[in-house]
Design a protein around this ligand. Structure first.
Ligand SMILES: [Mg+2]
Length: 368
């Protein structure tokens, strides 16, 4: 993989509607689009999915840029690699900063797949030709949620996830279930509860949820294992799973029955695949989580979700769920509840250069 240059593009785009959780609102999304070019002139793309502020994990767009320019790119300059999995091992010399690592590691996978004229899904071992699509409803009232759910069901989405917290749970979910009794529905708490809220969480067993995602602390393993024994609803861990080792512990200790795999949170596709492979062996279903991302990250998610263990519809929605116009062409489009897995080399989507220019805030090219 003879790299000749790496281009970093910081972009910024407003969301069509604010994305609300108990941790705050996302109205404008910043992101980093990375282009790695090799000596044959082939380019691979990756996306940094850290937010502008550290509300979801400790990383931000700024910390990612610092890691990329001062540490991760210099590692690649000093250590030529033949395969993206080697990058993952080299980057393990640096603690965490998983989203910065994933931003560059995913670009290497796209470049590798394109250099071998292979779709990225095949390079990773994917078996699906289409992926069932799910969508997140992140709003602050049942009325708004009902209207959005109605719209998304008309668009063909197969699973809906809503955001909950102690101020918006039982009556909110009752209202949704009143209108949509059979909807495949799940609830994400983003760590809004404590173990002392046990009775409150137990009550949510009434709603036949597919799962409850990350009810307790973002870095907890232990208390989720107590909670899972007390409730019928399967627990899915998101924020707590930052590596293969985290997934191993969570499953061994009975902390969850489902895992949400996010490429950025676990440091790249190599680690995401390791987690998938382990869960598949253990019979633990996984699904691919979203980060309010742009099209490049969405394309990597589609390739990953083509692996056989991704048996639950993830947060893979159409580009138009968040954006007036995405930075890829064609845009991701849900049809009859499915997203087709591309068959062209690499991620199978092209960069929309005109759109990138419109939303570009800052750019730097590092020549090798
Ligand atoms: Mg989540």
């Amino acid at each position: 993989m003879k790299i000749t240059s790496i281009e970093l593009n910081v972009i910024e785009m407003p969301l069509k509607d604010p994305f609300l959780t108990h941790l705050g609102a996302v109205n404008i999304r910043e992101g980093i689009i990375i282009k790695i070019t090799n000596s044959d002139g082939v380019s691979g793309y990756g996306e940094g999915v850290a937010f502008s502020t550290p509300w979801y994990t400790e990383e931000t767009v700024k910390t990612s840029l610092h890691m990329l320019t001062d540490f991760l790119i210099p590692i690649l300059q000093k250590n030529p690699i033949d395969h993206p999995s080697q990058a993952s091992r080299l980057f393990s010399s640096l603690r965490r900063n998983n989203m910065a690592k994933a931003a560059i590691e995913t670009a290497l996978w796209d470049l590798y797949a394109k250099s071998h004229s292979q779709p990225l899904s095949k390079t990773l071992g994917g078996t699906r030709s289409a992926i069932p699509a799910g969508v997140v409803v992140a709003t602050d009232s049942a009325t708004k949620a009902l209207a959005q759910i109605d719209q998304y069901l008309q668009e063909g989405y197969q699973r809906v996830k809503v955001k909950i917290n102690p101020k918006q749970d039982y009556s909110f979910l009752s209202e949704i279930r009143r209108f949509f009794p059979d909807l495949p529905l799940m609830a994400d708490a983003n760590s809004a509860y404590k173990l002392t809220d046990l009775e409150r969480i137990k009550a949510l067993d009434d709603f036949n949820l597919l799962m409850i995602e990350q009810p307790l602390a973002y870095d907890d393993i232990l208390e989720h294992s107590f909670l899972q024994k007390e409730i019928k609803t399967p627990i899915c861990l998101d924020e707590s799973i930052c590596s293969y080792d985290d997934a191993l512990k969570a499953i061994e200790f009975g902390c969850c029955k489902v895992i949400n795999i996010k490429v950025g949170r676990v440091g790249g596709l190599y680690e995401a695949k390791r987690i998938h492979d382990y869960c598949f062996e253990q019979g633990v279903p996984v699904w691919c989580g979203g980060m309010i991302e742009f099209g490049i990250s969405r394309a990597h998610n589609i390739a990953l979700a083509s692996l056989p263990g991704f048996s639950i519809p993830g947060d893979i929605s159409s580009s138009n769920r968040f954006w007036e116009e995405d930075i890829i062409t064609p845009e991701v489009n849900v049809q009859n509840g499915l997203v087709a897995v591309p068959t062209s080399p690499g991620i199978g989507f092209k960069l929309n250069k005109k759109r990138l220019q419109e939303v570009l805030q800052w750019k730097e090219t590092i020549v090798f």
